[in-house]
Write a protein that binds this ligand. Structure first.
Ligand SMILES: [Zn+2]
Length: 263
């Protein structure tokens, strides 16, 4: 999708205020005028992107910690050796921990499409959430405004916006079954299958999954679980035609290495 509307009409008031105070999202909409003013809270756990590459993947996580503040502290603790570019609280507070040009340490081992060292190629956003509850509106509104800005800035197409579980299906399950990927897709910020997409031959599973971006190095079970977490979190049991339908539709419209204009 062509992103001709780089910013949404969400104005976040100055975030340079005591962290306990709630940053307010004062407007919603899709027009111009987003002002994101993150709380700057630098993490020491950074280095250069390998070979000077540009980020072309946007990776979403949940924090799985009690509070956003606790997550920020951990992501800035040199002993933990983890970091990410942004953290968004349930109330929409936005922290920036790492400059987008730098490599943050959030992805770990895994792959997406042809990318095998995801930290160098990605921008990471952590959403305060423990995996058991929906993501509140203020948090989603700020996430969308931030994603829109990042995707324009770095020319990242929607098929390269993924969850941690997509690139590391053998060990990660975030942002989890309560995250509203369809909502993002309706705004061109992620991919989602067309309703009523036709099913298909079960033997095509891994080829279609690889075209979408899922790594060849993982087991069938791990990939199926990741696909369902993302697109069919209610599904149980063995691979079925509906799983194939999802992958077949996205493989045609949004293959991971689709040639993107200007990329
Ligand atoms: Zn994660």
């Amino acid at each position: 999708m062509v992103m001709d509307s780089p910013v949404a009409g969400i104005h976040v008031r100055s975030a340079r205020r005591p962290e306990a105070e709630v940053t307010q999202v004062t407007a919603h909409g899709t027009g111009a005028g987003t002002v994101l003013d993150p709380i700057q809270h630098p993490s020491p756990s950074i280095d250069q992107r390998r070979d000077g590459v540009r980020p072309d993947i946007l990776l979403l996580h949940f924090t799985n910690m009690k509070t956003a503040e606790a997550a920020v502290e951990r992501l800035c603790d040199p002993a933990s050796k983890v970091s990410c570019h942004y953290v968004i609280g349930e109330d929409g507070r936005l922290w920036q921990l790492v400059d987008e040009r730098m490599r943050a340490w959030h992805a770990g081992l895994g792959e997406w499409g042809a990318v095998g060292e995801v930290n160098s190629r990605s921008i990471g956003i952590e959403l305060a959430n423990q995996g058991q509850q929906p993501f509140p509106e203020p948090q989603m509104a700020v996430l969308e405004a931030l994603m829109r800005a990042i995707m324009v800035r770095w020319n990242i197409p929607p098929e390269r916006v993924i969850g941690h579980s997509d690139m590391a299906p053998n060990r990660k399950d975030d942002p989890g079954p309560h995250f509203d990927w369809r909502r993002l897709a309706l705004q061109g910020l992620a991919v989602w299958p067309e309703p009523g997409a036709a099913g298909g031959d079960l033997s095509l599973f891994r080829d279609l999954a690889a075209t979408v971006g899922y790594g060849r190095g993982f087991s069938d079970e791990d990939v199926l679980q990741a696909v369902r977490l993302r697109f069919r979190p209610w599904a149980r049991g063995p691979l079925e035609r509906a799983d194939i339908a999802v992958l077949a539709d996205i493989a045609v419209r949004f293959p991971v290495d689709r040639k993107v204009q200007g990329a």
